[in-house]
Design a protein around this ligand. Structure first.
Ligand code: NAD
Length: 393
Protein backbone atom coordinates (compact mmCIF):
# COMPACT_ATOMS: atom_id res chain seq x y z
CA UNK A 1 0.00 0.00 0.00
CA UNK A 2 1.19 3.52 -0.77
CA UNK A 3 0.86 6.53 1.59
CA UNK A 4 2.01 10.07 0.81
CA UNK A 5 2.80 12.87 3.25
CA UNK A 6 4.26 16.34 3.15
CA UNK A 7 6.30 15.31 6.18
CA UNK A 8 7.33 11.76 7.01
CA UNK A 9 8.83 11.05 10.43
CA UNK A 10 10.64 7.72 10.69
CA UNK A 11 10.66 6.52 14.30
CA UNK A 12 7.87 7.11 16.81
CA UNK A 13 9.56 8.13 20.02
CA UNK A 14 9.81 11.39 21.95
CA UNK A 15 11.80 13.04 19.14
CA UNK A 16 9.10 12.17 16.60
CA UNK A 17 6.36 13.52 18.84
CA UNK A 18 8.26 16.78 19.37
CA UNK A 19 8.94 17.04 15.63
CA UNK A 20 5.24 16.75 14.75
CA UNK A 21 4.53 19.56 17.21
CA UNK A 22 7.41 21.60 15.72
CA UNK A 23 5.95 21.22 12.24
CA UNK A 24 2.59 22.48 13.46
CA UNK A 25 4.22 25.64 14.90
CA UNK A 26 5.06 26.61 11.31
CA UNK A 27 2.64 24.71 9.08
CA UNK A 28 -0.89 24.21 10.41
CA UNK A 29 -2.09 22.11 7.48
CA UNK A 30 0.67 19.96 5.91
CA UNK A 31 0.12 16.22 6.18
CA UNK A 32 2.32 14.31 8.67
CA UNK A 33 3.01 10.57 8.78
CA UNK A 34 4.85 8.93 11.68
CA UNK A 35 6.06 5.34 11.31
CA UNK A 36 7.65 3.47 14.21
CA UNK A 37 8.56 -0.13 14.91
CA UNK A 38 7.56 -0.21 18.58
CA UNK A 39 4.01 -1.42 19.09
CA UNK A 40 3.19 1.32 21.63
CA UNK A 41 2.70 5.02 21.01
CA UNK A 42 5.49 7.40 22.02
CA UNK A 43 6.03 7.74 25.73
CA UNK A 44 8.05 10.03 27.98
CA UNK A 45 10.80 7.46 28.17
CA UNK A 46 12.36 8.67 31.47
CA UNK A 47 9.17 7.60 33.26
CA UNK A 48 9.96 3.97 32.40
CA UNK A 49 12.99 3.89 34.69
CA UNK A 50 11.94 6.54 37.22
CA UNK A 51 8.41 7.85 37.98
CA UNK A 52 6.48 4.69 37.16
CA UNK A 53 8.38 2.81 39.87
CA UNK A 54 8.52 5.38 42.63
CA UNK A 55 5.61 7.78 42.20
CA UNK A 56 2.22 6.31 43.13
CA UNK A 57 0.47 8.92 40.98
CA UNK A 58 2.44 8.12 37.82
CA UNK A 59 0.71 6.01 35.16
CA UNK A 60 1.66 4.71 31.75
CA UNK A 61 -1.31 6.53 30.25
CA UNK A 62 -0.21 9.76 31.89
CA UNK A 63 3.29 9.31 30.42
CA UNK A 64 2.03 8.54 26.91
CA UNK A 65 2.27 11.13 24.14
CA UNK A 66 -0.44 11.49 21.52
CA UNK A 67 0.84 13.21 18.38
CA UNK A 68 -2.14 11.92 16.38
CA UNK A 69 -4.65 13.75 18.60
CA UNK A 70 -2.48 16.81 19.13
CA UNK A 71 -1.13 17.40 15.61
CA UNK A 72 -3.36 15.36 13.29
CA UNK A 73 -0.42 13.14 12.30
CA UNK A 74 -1.22 9.66 11.02
CA UNK A 75 0.72 7.26 13.26
CA UNK A 76 1.73 3.75 12.14
CA UNK A 77 2.96 1.54 14.99
CA UNK A 78 4.72 -1.83 14.76
CA UNK A 79 5.98 -0.96 11.26
CA UNK A 80 9.70 -0.95 10.56
CA UNK A 81 11.06 1.21 7.76
CA UNK A 82 13.78 -0.80 6.03
CA UNK A 83 14.56 1.25 2.93
CA UNK A 84 14.88 4.93 2.06
CA UNK A 85 15.23 6.23 -1.47
CA UNK A 86 16.10 9.95 -1.30
CA UNK A 87 15.90 10.33 -5.11
CA UNK A 88 12.42 8.81 -5.40
CA UNK A 89 11.49 10.39 -2.03
CA UNK A 90 9.98 7.22 -0.70
CA UNK A 91 10.54 5.02 2.35
CA UNK A 92 9.63 1.33 2.36
CA UNK A 93 8.53 -0.75 5.34
CA UNK A 94 9.34 -4.39 6.13
CA UNK A 95 5.79 -5.27 5.12
CA UNK A 96 6.24 -3.64 1.70
CA UNK A 97 4.24 -0.47 2.36
CA UNK A 98 5.54 2.68 0.68
CA UNK A 99 5.61 6.09 2.33
CA UNK A 100 6.20 8.97 -0.10
CA UNK A 101 7.33 12.31 1.35
CA UNK A 102 8.13 15.91 0.62
CA UNK A 103 10.60 16.04 3.50
CA UNK A 104 11.60 13.24 5.88
CA UNK A 105 13.03 13.10 9.39
CA UNK A 106 15.02 10.13 10.68
CA UNK A 107 14.35 9.85 14.41
CA UNK A 108 15.12 6.18 14.87
CA UNK A 109 16.99 6.40 18.19
CA UNK A 110 19.01 3.33 19.00
CA UNK A 111 18.91 -0.33 19.94
CA UNK A 112 20.23 -1.78 23.22
CA UNK A 113 23.52 -3.69 23.00
CA UNK A 114 23.11 -7.39 23.74
CA UNK A 115 25.15 -9.92 25.71
CA UNK A 116 26.55 -12.97 23.93
CA UNK A 117 24.14 -15.87 23.85
CA UNK A 118 21.48 -14.18 25.98
CA UNK A 119 18.31 -13.66 23.96
CA UNK A 120 15.53 -11.40 25.26
CA UNK A 121 12.86 -13.47 27.04
CA UNK A 122 10.34 -13.12 29.86
CA UNK A 123 13.36 -13.30 32.27
CA UNK A 124 15.86 -11.26 30.23
CA UNK A 125 15.07 -7.64 29.47
CA UNK A 126 17.25 -5.28 27.43
CA UNK A 127 15.50 -2.30 28.90
CA UNK A 128 14.24 0.47 26.61
CA UNK A 129 10.59 0.30 25.56
CA UNK A 130 7.09 0.31 27.03
CA UNK A 131 6.90 -3.41 26.22
CA UNK A 132 10.08 -3.90 28.31
CA UNK A 133 8.48 -1.94 31.16
CA UNK A 134 5.40 -4.16 31.08
CA UNK A 135 7.50 -7.34 31.09
CA UNK A 136 9.65 -6.10 33.96
CA UNK A 137 6.59 -5.11 35.99
CA UNK A 138 5.23 -8.60 35.53
CA UNK A 139 8.52 -10.31 36.43
CA UNK A 140 9.61 -8.00 39.28
CA UNK A 141 7.56 -9.57 42.06
CA UNK A 142 8.55 -8.89 45.69
CA UNK A 143 11.37 -11.16 46.93
CA UNK A 144 12.48 -12.22 43.46
CA UNK A 145 16.20 -11.85 42.71
CA UNK A 146 17.05 -9.50 39.84
CA UNK A 147 20.52 -9.08 38.42
CA UNK A 148 20.99 -5.68 36.82
CA UNK A 149 23.82 -5.66 34.29
CA UNK A 150 25.53 -2.32 33.63
CA UNK A 151 26.23 0.60 35.93
CA UNK A 152 25.20 3.42 33.56
CA UNK A 153 21.86 5.24 33.35
CA UNK A 154 19.58 2.24 32.95
CA UNK A 155 21.48 0.04 35.41
CA UNK A 156 21.62 2.67 38.18
CA UNK A 157 18.02 3.82 37.80
CA UNK A 158 16.46 0.38 37.41
CA UNK A 159 18.46 -1.10 40.30
CA UNK A 160 17.19 1.72 42.55
CA UNK A 161 13.64 1.35 41.19
CA UNK A 162 13.50 -2.42 41.72
CA UNK A 163 15.02 -2.21 45.17
CA UNK A 164 12.34 0.33 46.13
CA UNK A 165 9.77 -2.24 44.97
CA UNK A 166 11.02 -5.00 47.32
CA UNK A 167 13.02 -6.89 44.71
CA UNK A 168 16.44 -8.28 45.81
CA UNK A 169 18.93 -6.66 43.47
CA UNK A 170 22.49 -7.51 42.50
CA UNK A 171 24.25 -5.05 40.16
CA UNK A 172 27.16 -6.14 37.98
CA UNK A 173 29.29 -3.51 36.28
CA UNK A 174 32.94 -2.92 35.37
CA UNK A 175 33.32 0.47 37.08
CA UNK A 176 34.14 1.05 40.77
CA UNK A 177 30.63 2.34 41.62
CA UNK A 178 27.21 2.79 39.98
CA UNK A 179 27.55 5.78 37.66
CA UNK A 180 31.31 5.91 38.16
CA UNK A 181 31.69 6.15 34.39
CA UNK A 182 30.49 9.73 34.90
CA UNK A 183 31.18 10.73 38.52
CA UNK A 184 34.44 11.62 40.27
CA UNK A 185 35.47 9.44 43.24
CA UNK A 186 33.90 11.71 45.91
CA UNK A 187 30.44 11.36 44.35
CA UNK A 188 30.88 7.70 43.38
CA UNK A 189 31.58 6.88 47.06
CA UNK A 190 28.32 8.54 48.14
CA UNK A 191 26.43 6.54 45.51
CA UNK A 192 28.00 3.25 46.61
CA UNK A 193 27.05 3.99 50.23
CA UNK A 194 23.45 4.77 49.26
CA UNK A 195 23.00 1.56 47.24
CA UNK A 196 24.58 -0.42 50.08
CA UNK A 197 22.20 1.16 52.58
CA UNK A 198 19.27 0.07 50.39
CA UNK A 199 20.55 -3.52 50.39
CA UNK A 200 21.60 -3.61 46.72
CA UNK A 201 24.50 -6.07 46.27
CA UNK A 202 27.21 -4.45 44.16
CA UNK A 203 29.57 -6.58 42.04
CA UNK A 204 31.72 -3.61 41.08
CA UNK A 205 34.71 -4.04 38.78
CA UNK A 206 33.05 -7.03 37.11
CA UNK A 207 31.70 -7.52 33.61
CA UNK A 208 29.26 -10.12 32.34
CA UNK A 209 30.66 -12.31 29.58
CA UNK A 210 27.58 -14.30 28.65
CA UNK A 211 24.41 -15.88 29.94
CA UNK A 212 21.82 -18.55 29.30
CA UNK A 213 18.31 -19.49 30.37
CA UNK A 214 17.92 -22.21 33.01
CA UNK A 215 14.85 -24.09 34.23
CA UNK A 216 14.45 -21.60 37.11
CA UNK A 217 15.56 -18.38 35.44
CA UNK A 218 18.90 -17.21 34.08
CA UNK A 219 22.57 -17.93 34.77
CA UNK A 220 25.22 -15.35 33.97
CA UNK A 221 28.93 -16.01 33.55
CA UNK A 222 31.01 -13.12 34.86
CA UNK A 223 34.43 -12.10 33.59
CA UNK A 224 36.09 -13.34 36.79
CA UNK A 225 34.91 -16.85 35.86
CA UNK A 226 32.15 -17.03 38.50
CA UNK A 227 28.46 -17.56 37.78
CA UNK A 228 25.41 -15.76 39.11
CA UNK A 229 21.83 -17.10 39.14
CA UNK A 230 18.82 -14.82 38.87
CA UNK A 231 15.07 -14.96 38.55
CA UNK A 232 15.34 -12.13 36.08
CA UNK A 233 18.05 -10.07 34.38
CA UNK A 234 17.76 -6.45 33.31
CA UNK A 235 20.48 -5.23 30.97
CA UNK A 236 21.67 -1.68 30.24
CA UNK A 237 24.88 -1.92 28.21
CA UNK A 238 24.36 1.23 26.18
CA UNK A 239 22.78 1.94 22.83
CA UNK A 240 23.79 1.29 19.26
CA UNK A 241 22.47 4.26 17.24
CA UNK A 242 19.94 3.07 14.66
CA UNK A 243 21.55 4.67 11.63
CA UNK A 244 21.49 1.71 9.22
CA UNK A 245 18.67 3.21 7.21
CA UNK A 246 20.89 6.19 6.43
CA UNK A 247 23.67 3.89 5.22
CA UNK A 248 21.37 2.32 2.63
CA UNK A 249 20.31 5.80 1.49
CA UNK A 250 23.92 6.99 1.10
CA UNK A 251 23.63 9.44 4.00
CA UNK A 252 26.87 10.36 5.86
CA UNK A 253 27.35 8.68 9.22
CA UNK A 254 29.50 9.47 12.23
CA UNK A 255 32.24 7.12 13.49
CA UNK A 256 29.93 5.79 16.21
CA UNK A 257 27.20 4.85 13.73
CA UNK A 258 25.05 7.97 14.17
CA UNK A 259 23.80 10.21 11.36
CA UNK A 260 25.70 13.42 10.66
CA UNK A 261 23.56 16.57 10.52
CA UNK A 262 24.48 20.20 9.89
CA UNK A 263 23.51 23.23 11.98
CA UNK A 264 19.99 23.10 10.46
CA UNK A 265 19.67 19.36 11.27
CA UNK A 266 19.91 18.44 7.58
CA UNK A 267 21.62 15.17 6.61
CA UNK A 268 23.95 14.94 3.62
CA UNK A 269 21.04 14.23 1.23
CA UNK A 270 18.34 16.67 0.16
CA UNK A 271 15.12 16.88 2.15
CA UNK A 272 16.15 14.31 4.76
CA UNK A 273 16.80 15.51 8.32
CA UNK A 274 17.78 13.62 11.48
CA UNK A 275 17.32 14.33 15.20
CA UNK A 276 17.44 12.77 18.65
CA UNK A 277 19.63 9.91 19.89
CA UNK A 278 20.70 8.99 16.36
CA UNK A 279 21.87 12.47 15.26
CA UNK A 280 25.47 13.62 15.45
CA UNK A 281 25.00 17.39 15.61
CA UNK A 282 27.12 20.50 16.05
CA UNK A 283 26.85 21.78 19.60
CA UNK A 284 27.97 25.42 19.62
CA UNK A 285 29.62 25.03 23.03
CA UNK A 286 30.98 21.48 22.84
CA UNK A 287 31.51 20.67 19.18
CA UNK A 288 30.15 17.70 17.24
CA UNK A 289 28.47 15.10 19.47
CA UNK A 290 25.63 12.67 19.84
CA UNK A 291 23.50 12.81 22.98
CA UNK A 292 20.97 10.26 24.29
CA UNK A 293 18.73 12.17 26.70
CA UNK A 294 15.23 13.56 27.00
CA UNK A 295 16.08 17.27 26.63
CA UNK A 296 18.13 16.49 23.52
CA UNK A 297 15.32 14.38 22.06
CA UNK A 298 12.55 16.89 22.64
CA UNK A 299 14.42 20.13 21.88
CA UNK A 300 16.11 18.79 18.76
CA UNK A 301 12.91 17.06 17.68
CA UNK A 302 10.95 20.29 17.88
CA UNK A 303 13.68 22.20 16.01
CA UNK A 304 13.80 19.50 13.33
CA UNK A 305 10.03 19.74 12.89
CA UNK A 306 10.30 23.49 12.43
CA UNK A 307 13.17 23.00 9.96
CA UNK A 308 11.16 20.42 7.99
CA UNK A 309 8.36 22.97 7.70
CA UNK A 310 10.75 25.60 6.32
CA UNK A 311 12.05 27.57 9.34
CA UNK A 312 15.56 28.86 8.67
CA UNK A 313 16.96 28.61 12.22
CA UNK A 314 20.37 27.50 13.43
CA UNK A 315 20.19 24.75 16.04
CA UNK A 316 22.24 26.02 18.98
CA UNK A 317 20.95 24.13 22.01
CA UNK A 318 23.25 22.50 24.55
CA UNK A 319 21.12 19.84 26.27
CA UNK A 320 20.97 19.15 29.98
CA UNK A 321 20.50 15.73 31.49
CA UNK A 322 19.37 14.47 34.85
CA UNK A 323 18.88 11.36 36.91
CA UNK A 324 17.40 10.30 40.24
CA UNK A 325 18.91 7.51 42.33
CA UNK A 326 16.92 6.89 45.52
CA UNK A 327 16.86 10.30 47.23
CA UNK A 328 19.99 11.44 45.38
CA UNK A 329 19.66 13.36 42.16
CA UNK A 330 21.48 15.55 39.73
CA UNK A 331 21.32 17.73 36.67
CA UNK A 332 24.28 18.17 34.36
CA UNK A 333 25.49 19.82 31.19
CA UNK A 334 28.32 18.87 28.84
CA UNK A 335 30.89 16.12 29.19
CA UNK A 336 30.80 14.10 32.41
CA UNK A 337 34.01 12.19 31.97
CA UNK A 338 35.85 11.39 35.23
CA UNK A 339 39.06 10.71 33.31
CA UNK A 340 39.21 14.50 32.84
CA UNK A 341 40.55 16.76 35.58
CA UNK A 342 37.69 17.35 38.05
CA UNK A 343 37.16 20.05 40.64
CA UNK A 344 34.47 19.42 43.29
CA UNK A 345 32.98 22.43 45.14
CA UNK A 346 30.47 22.08 48.00
CA UNK A 347 27.35 24.21 47.44
CA UNK A 348 23.84 24.42 48.94
CA UNK A 349 24.19 21.07 50.71
CA UNK A 350 25.27 19.38 47.46
CA UNK A 351 28.28 19.53 45.15
CA UNK A 352 29.17 21.20 41.88
CA UNK A 353 31.69 19.25 39.81
CA UNK A 354 33.63 20.98 37.04
CA UNK A 355 35.18 18.75 34.38
CA UNK A 356 38.19 20.41 32.77
CA UNK A 357 39.82 19.56 29.46
CA UNK A 358 43.12 21.34 28.97
CA UNK A 359 42.09 23.93 31.57
CA UNK A 360 38.67 24.65 29.97
CA UNK A 361 35.41 23.68 31.68
CA UNK A 362 33.64 21.24 29.33
CA UNK A 363 31.14 19.74 31.77
CA UNK A 364 29.31 20.68 34.97
CA UNK A 365 27.59 18.18 37.28
CA UNK A 366 25.07 19.66 39.73
CA UNK A 367 24.87 16.98 42.41
CA UNK A 368 21.81 17.68 44.59
CA UNK A 369 22.12 21.31 43.46
CA UNK A 370 19.07 22.69 41.66
CA UNK A 371 18.08 25.59 39.37
CA UNK A 372 21.62 26.13 38.15
CA UNK A 373 21.55 24.59 34.66
CA UNK A 374 21.65 27.94 32.84
CA UNK A 375 24.54 29.09 35.01
CA UNK A 376 26.33 25.82 34.19
CA UNK A 377 25.82 26.44 30.46
CA UNK A 378 27.30 29.93 30.80
CA UNK A 379 30.34 28.47 32.55
CA UNK A 380 30.84 25.98 29.72
CA UNK A 381 30.40 28.75 27.17
CA UNK A 382 33.10 30.87 28.83
CA UNK A 383 35.23 27.80 29.61
CA UNK A 384 36.14 29.29 32.98
CA UNK A 385 34.77 28.27 36.36
CA UNK A 386 33.53 31.07 38.67
CA UNK A 387 36.27 32.34 40.98
CA UNK A 388 34.42 31.32 44.15
CA UNK A 389 33.56 27.99 42.53
CA UNK A 390 29.89 28.64 43.35
CA UNK A 391 27.22 28.79 40.66
CA UNK A 392 24.58 31.51 40.83
CA UNK A 393 21.25 30.66 39.24
P1 NAD B 1 25.20 3.59 29.57
O1 NAD B 1 26.20 3.86 28.51
O2 NAD B 1 24.79 4.69 30.48
O3 NAD B 1 25.79 2.44 30.53
C1 NAD B 1 26.31 1.22 30.05
C2 NAD B 1 26.91 0.45 31.23
O4 NAD B 1 27.15 -0.89 30.86
C3 NAD B 1 28.21 0.99 31.76
O5 NAD B 1 28.23 0.92 33.16
C4 NAD B 1 29.22 -0.01 31.21
O6 NAD B 1 30.43 -0.08 31.89
C5 NAD B 1 28.42 -1.27 31.38
N1 NAD B 1 28.92 -2.46 30.67
C6 NAD B 1 29.40 -2.53 29.40
N2 NAD B 1 29.72 -3.82 29.12
C7 NAD B 1 29.41 -4.56 30.22
C8 NAD B 1 29.47 -5.95 30.54
N3 NAD B 1 29.90 -6.86 29.66
N4 NAD B 1 29.04 -6.36 31.76
C9 NAD B 1 28.56 -5.46 32.67
N5 NAD B 1 28.48 -4.15 32.41
C10 NAD B 1 28.90 -3.70 31.20
O7 NAD B 1 23.95 2.95 28.84
P2 NAD B 1 22.52 2.48 29.42
O8 NAD B 1 22.53 2.57 30.90
O9 NAD B 1 22.25 1.17 28.78
O10 NAD B 1 21.52 3.54 28.85
C11 NAD B 1 21.01 3.34 27.55
C12 NAD B 1 20.44 4.60 27.01
O11 NAD B 1 19.35 5.11 27.75
C13 NAD B 1 21.42 5.68 26.93
O12 NAD B 1 21.12 6.27 25.73
C14 NAD B 1 21.07 6.59 28.06
O13 NAD B 1 21.51 7.89 27.80
C15 NAD B 1 19.57 6.48 28.06
N6 NAD B 1 19.02 6.76 29.40
C16 NAD B 1 19.20 7.99 29.94
C17 NAD B 1 18.72 8.25 31.20
C18 NAD B 1 18.93 9.60 31.81
O14 NAD B 1 19.32 10.51 31.11
N7 NAD B 1 18.69 9.77 33.11
C19 NAD B 1 18.06 7.28 31.93
C20 NAD B 1 17.90 6.03 31.35
C21 NAD B 1 18.38 5.79 30.08
Amino acid sequence: MRHDYDYLIIGAGMTADAAARGIREIDPAGSIGIVGDESDPPVRRPALSKDLWIDDDATLTGSTLDPAADTGAEVFLGQRITGLDPQGKVATSATGDEFGYGRALIATGGTPRHLDGLEPSEHVIYYRTVADYRRLREAAQPDTHAVVVGGGYIGSEIAAALSQNDVHVTMVFPEDAPGAGRFPTEIAEQVTARYGQAGVQLRAGTGVDSGHDTAEGVQLTLDDGSTLDADLVVVGLGLQPAGDLAESAGIDRSDDGGIVVDDHLRTSVDDVFAAGDVASYLDPRLGRRRVEHEDNATTMGQAAGRALAGADEKYAHTPMFYSDLFDLGYEAVGRMDPSLETDVVEQDGGSVVYYLDDGRVVGVLLWNVWNAVDAAKSVIESGTRPESGLLKS
